[in-house]
Design a protein around this ligand. Structure first.
Ligand SMILES: Cc1cc2nc3c(=O)[nH]c(=O)nc-3n(C[C@H](O)[C@H](O)[C@H](O)COP(=O)(O)OP(=O)(O)OC[C@H]3O[C@@H](n4cnc5c(N)ncnc54)[C@H](O)[C@@H]3O)c2cc1C
Length: 465
């Protein structure tokens, strides 16, 4: 930003170039835009821009680039890594008014959406045609397609459909210069670099995702949910292998909760746990298909084999949708658990067979430093994704989240893992990026950033400096 920068002249340029109501400044800016869900350092931006077309996004970026003003894209603000934290002398570009579903192509099984459409809107539109978007996650009513793409979100169905990266056919993106990279409705397009893929997981640092053509996958007619009692993680691996072998196309979720996590649920959340005592490990599994009876029989046979082989100690199969929802509530109550502690959250990734040993290494490292600490382990184990919540109220006074992060992330390189499976780096994990990306990788990322955003206006200070 030049030293003679005049905020008034800058805002005047935006107001002249954009329709009335697009530029909000001063007391018109809602506090909602000061931080994302992680609550990282709330900051009021200079202005909030609410464009309603791709051209208006392009105009906004062109003017910001000319003035050297930073732009932080805002989706639904459910991000957990501080990636949407505004800058005091920058603008927020909110996609919330650019939120329509433009086209559903049933022959191609794709849907074209504007980036501000919420996940729920997309799921509802597809459900009318017995289709679904392959990524689903808890804050579906708030998070937006642009935010999901910018974070390469994972969520509940990755084991079946992959992460957001696997759901994108094409993107329309606006570069910091205001130039538009068009999208194309081509499932196959082998003509050089796939620029859309660069924007997936870029956390708003390369440009703005304006529109997307997404895959729509068939929505299953029936779901079977079961909760399994296991004596340890090794049995979880055996059961996962059994289900992958017997029901490779039907397995839609394989979630693990260790007894510390279930103990916290029992203590604080009014939801029944169908086992007493709480087992060392419980697996919540879901299989999907189009024939209720066949599905039930396949599940019973697979679980029967697991029990016979001594890998499953006990199992409950939900007899109704209400019972299935109750089992899912055990796993989905993370946001409620947060309200009973001071959480330091982790979303780590290591190769699936290593998860048990990795968890033990983390427990050992935390105990060595803070014998009294309490931590809760769970995750999308079918995708190699281990979540941990460390309760900072159980740590000695003066311990910072950074201290906990440094302790946990120090264990990641030995397992060739990642410090973020699905939430992104943002500001919170930026100091630790080198725990899972080497110098050549970080240099390559910086070179791409410099090439597309030479004035460093797009979400500066996120992912890396
Ligand atoms: C209770 C809870 C549960 C969650 N569960 C999961 C889960 O299971 N799996 C998972 O992956 N995540 C999960 N999340 C995290 C979060 O929901 C996802 O990261 C989601 O993708 C963020 O979308 P958003 O629209 O809220 O993005 P925001 O928080 O608004 O933004 C996130 C990042 O994307 C950028 N961005 C947003 N829109 C655009 C755009 N159009 N163009 C360019 N950049 C953009 C922002 O600048 C920021 O860097 C959870 C969060 C909560 C609160």
């Amino acid at each position: 930003m030049p030293t003679d920068f005049s905020p008034d002249a800058f805002l005047e340029s935006l107001r002249k170039a954009l329709p009335p109501g697009t530029v909000l400044a001063g007391s018109d800016i809602q506090a909602h835009h000061h931080a994302d869900w992680s609550g990282t350092g709330a900051i009021a931006p200079l202005a909030v821009l609410r464009p309603g077309t791709t051209e208006e996004i392009a105009t906004t970026l062109r003017i910001c680039n000319t003035y050297g003003v930073a732009v932080v894209p805002h989706g639904g603000l459910t991000g957990l890594s501080g990636a949407a934290q505004p800058l005091a002398n920058g603008i927020v570009l909110s996609l919330s008014r650019f939120n329509r579903i433009e086209q559903l192509d049933l022959a191609a099984s794709t849907v074209t959406v504007q980036a501000g459409a919420t996940l729920q809107t997309v799921q509802d539109a597809l459900a009318e045609h017995r289709l679904q978007f392959g990524v689903d996650l808890e804050p579906r009513g708030t998070c937006q397609i642009g935010g999901l793409i910018a974070c390469n979100a994972g969520g509940l169905n990755v084991i079946q459909h992959g992460t957001t990266r696997a759901q994108v056919i094409s993107l329309e993106c606006v570069l910091p210069s205001g130039e538009i990279l068009p999208m194309r409705a081509l499932p196959k397009n082998s003509t050089g670099y796939d620029l859309a893929q660069l924007f997936i997981g870029s956390e708003g640092t390369l440009g703005v995702i304006a529109r997307a053509i997404l895959k729509a996958v068939p929505a299953p007619s029936f779901r079977k949910t079961a909760l399994l009692v296991l004596s340890g993680f090794d049995d979880a691996l055996r059961v996962l292998t059994l289900l992958r072998g017997r029901l490779p196309r039907q397995i839609a979720a394989f979630e693990i909760m260790w007894n510390d996590f279930l103990g916290a649920v029992k203590r604080w959340i009014p939801v029944p746990i169908p086992f007493d005592p709480i087992p060392p490990v419980a697996a919540l599994i879901e299989i999907v298909g189009d024939d209720d009876e066949v599905l039930q029989q396949a599940l019973e046979e697979a679980l029967g084999e697991g029990i016979e082989r001594g890998w499953i100690d006990d199992a409950v199969i939900a007899a109704s949708l209400a019972q299935a929802a109750q089992l899912w509530r055990l796993r989905d109550c993370v946001a409620d658990l947060h309200s009973h502690m001071k959480p330091v959250n982790f979303d780590l990734s290591v190769p699936i067979p290593c998860i048990g040993v990795f968890r033990s290494a983390l427990e050992k490292a935390l105990t060595a430093r803070w014998p009294e600490h309490r931590a809760y382990y769970f995750g999308h184990i079918g995708d190699g994704n281990l979540h941990i919540i460390v309760d900072a109220t159980t740590l000695p006074a003066g311990t910072t989240p950074y201290d906990v992060e440094a302790t946990i992330f120090a264990e990641v390189p030995a397992f060739a893992g990642s410090i973020s499976a699905e939430h992104g780096i943002g500001t919170l994990k930026k100091p630790f990026l080198s725990a899972c990306r080497n110098a050549a990788e970080i240099d390559a990322m910086r070179a791409i950033k410099r090439a597309l955003d030479p004035n460093n206006i797009m979400n500066p200070g996120k992912i890396f400096d």
